[in-house]
Design a protein around this ligand. Structure first.
Ligand code: FES
Ligand SMILES: [Fe+2]
Length: 388
């Protein structure tokens, strides 16, 4: 984030703290309960948001060297993402062109893997280059003339920019990541996330709709109640800012230490050090800047509208090489997981069950929950639903 933007955000946060205020939307928002439980809508979301829309499947830090790869099946299509010999990120359907076996396995949660110079299919041993080219067919004479040019791995559009790796699960139609980030492009350019290191990724499955998982991060209203014994003393959730950037959103949450900046000249303000910044990157990523590192939550629908699966990851500015550094980042990972696993998600699973009770047709988002309303409006707009 550029320094000028940091200063502007700090001024807004100071004025909210002084007036006992926070960002507010113009009016409350009634969100239909069917958003979270309707299988028709879930199918629509899968097609439009998780197949056609480019998704952040990983970060530059997940693939530090040529030959590094990870796989991802959460969009409903088996995807292989690999850094080629030329340093470029390639994405393919993770499907062997002989008889369709899954070529590679490496979930981000187990750590990315090294392919060496090629992938060899575990079934009959056909080999593919890091660029997807079919390199070798065992007992080639048995197959007549297999045209190698047309029997490479099926390519998906993939782009790496500002430390993010986007893939379009549905095919190879190219896309422009700067157009996706829009006005957030220069802000992410300034963070330098492409120089970060991956610390850890966990795969979590919960009995909650994927949008309910995202919504967990999009308001500070609940902090004083649900998190009163954990993170409430660490952040001033009731003085949160909100800005919409197209379909994305950004919240800045002051930490108590921010106040000390008032005593120093603006040009010296390190606002990011004393602020948690939450980005909802449409459609399914929440990025949380935590003062000196970041967490990402990449959330996908599960088999039914009542289920989701996600990658929760921690990225850090320098590799953790010493035991002391590892203990420090392990503690951060524990805080991040404990808060959501012990407080937010059990409550979210209750809500998901409650949605089926027929108690209400709509949930109410207050004017003090603007990021939540913006996220749901953006989903509705993308799906062409009324009321967007
Ligand atoms: S399915 Fe891959 S080599 Fe046969
Ligand atoms: Fe929470």
């Amino acid at each position: 984030m550029e320094h000028a933007t940091q200063v502007e955000l700090a001024r807004t946060m100071f004025s909210y703290i002084d007036k006992g205020e926070q960002a507010r939307s113009v009016s409350p928002f009634a969100n239909p309960v069917r958003d979270y439980i309707c299988s028709g809508q879930a199918a629509h979301e899968r097609d439009l948001l998780f197949r056609e829309h480019p998704l952040i499947l990983g970060m530059t830090a997940d693939l530090p060297k040529p030959g590094d790869f990870f796989t991802n099946d959460f969009t409903g299509r088996p995807i292989l993402v690999v850094r080629g010999k030329d340093g470029k990120v390639n994405a393919f359907l993770n499907v062997c062109r002989h008889r369709g076996a899954k070529l590679a396995t490496a979930d981000l949660a187990q750590g990315c893997a090294r392919a060496g110079a090629s992938f060899t299919c575990p079934y009959h041993g056909w080999a593919y280059g890091l660029d997807g080219q079919l390199l070798g067919v065992r007992d080639a004479e048995a197959f007549g003339d297999v045209d190698r040019a047309t029997h490479g791995l099926r390519r998906l559009a993939a782009v790496e920019r500002h430390g993010f790796i986007w893939v379009r699960p549905g095919g190879d139609t190219p896309f422009d990541p700067d157009a996706i980030l829009g006005d957030l492009t220069s802000e992410f350019g300034a963070y330098g996330f492409e120089r970060y290191s991956h610390y850890e990724t966990r795969t979590l499955r919960r009995a909650m709709n994927w949008k309910l998982v995202i919504g967990t991060f999009l308001e500070g209203y609940h902090i004083k109640v649900l998190h009163r014994n954990t993170i409430a003393p660490l952040i001033l959730g009731a003085h949160t800012t909100f800005d919409a950037y197209g379909r994305h959103g950004r919240m800045a949450v002051p930490r108590p230490g921010l106040a000390a900046l008032r005593e120093t000249p603006e040009r010296d303000w390190d606002v990011l050090r004393h602020t948690a910044v939450v980005y909802a990157l449409f459609p399914n990523t929440v990025l949380v800047w935590q003062g000196d590192h970041m967490e990402t939550w990449r959330v996908f629908p599960g088999a039914s509208p009542d289920e989701s699966v996600m990658h929760a990851s921690l990225y850090i500015p320098e590799p953790a090489l010493t035991d002391k550094a590892k203990r420090h980042w392990d503690r951060n990972m524990k805080i991040l997981l404990d808060t959501v696993e012990q407080e937010d998600f059990p409550l979210g699973e209750n809500m998901q069950r409650g949605f089926h009770s027929g108690a209400q047709d709509h949930l109410l988002f207050g004017r003090n929950e603007p990021a939540l309303a913006h996220f749901h409006r953006s989903v509705h707009k993308a799906l062409g639903l009324p009321g967007a």
